[in-house]
Design a protein around this ligand. Sequence first.
Ligand code: CDP
Length: 222
Amino acid sequence: MPSLIPVIAIDGPAASGKGTLARRLARHFDFAYLDTGALYRAVGLQVMRTGGDTENQQDAVKAAQQLADLDLTDPELKSESTGGLASKVATIQAVRDILLKFQQNFAQNPPGDKGGAILDGRDIGTIICPDADVKIFITASVETRAKRRFIEEFGPAGNDEDYTAILNELTTRDKRDMNRASSPLKAAENAHLLDTTNSDIETVFEQALQLISDKITTASLP
Ligand code: CDP
């Protein structure tokens, strides 16, 4: 049975297009959107900037406790090197426990009086919102994802070495995310899989729209 406040969970590996899809869906349905990766990125960056070690539980927990004061719009959050810091603090269960409450509260009480919530990340459909109305697991080949992140990060100035560095960083991050003990990256059993290797954002958006419209009652949609 659909819940009163519809929740859409979008998970997937690095640079799979989760954010682009989630933002577009949020605009379409006028739902609140939370990029949960930005929380881990902000924590990782804070540890680094305060001279801590992202693999040290005490340092990472201290930064996670300061979440409310961290700038989630800092442009440095987007870099692949910050992604690496994020995936290190993300292996620490105590950090995940602190961020879990923030994420669940967002899903249950979407800010701005919005009628629903969309969260994207790695464990939204499995741990954060196991009862989400619609779960999407979005993926693409690692080469396609690396190309997308390379263009985002370097634009036309990028060279082959930059591309190879991004490819290696994404591969390492995916491995760390999939193999960690706490909330590893994986599709929820009832998630819909979307492979975007050969599809543009328009096609993926139309597919997701169909899935959501099939699942959520029109009464709860604008
Ligand atoms: O944008 P991209 O897919 O590259 O990464 P992100 O969603 O910003 O997430 C950055 C890192 O945070 C990931 O590699 C994960 O290690 C971690 N993360 C997580 O563990 N759980 C989430 N719900 C979201 C992100």
